[in-house]
Design a protein around this ligand. Structure first.
Ligand SMILES: [Fe+2]
Length: 75
């Protein structure tokens, strides 16, 4: 889907941003299991979950407000 979007927009910047955000989210995943297991350290879990939630919220908003609207026009 990204090559189609980049071709339509005549730039790959938005898709590179999406891929960068995906990489950022993926970096959190190895820590997720440890954070869930370590219930003794609530502050660490709070920090971790807030960082991940903010990143996911931003990314989903980015997709819903930009990417999906363009795809609705294309398909
Ligand atoms: Fe995504």
């Amino acid at each position: 889907m990204f090559p189609i979007l980049a071709g339509f927009l005549h730039t790959d910047r938005p898709t590179r941003e999406m891929l960068y955000e995906h990489q950022g989210i993926r970096k959190f995943l190895p820590q997720l299991e440890d954070s869930l297991a370590d219930t003794a350290d609530n502050r660490a879990w709070e920090r971790f979950s807030l960082d991940l939630i903010h990143l996911l919220e931003h990314h989903i908003e980015h997709e819903e407000d930009g990417l999906y609207l363009v795809f609705e026009r294309l398909f």
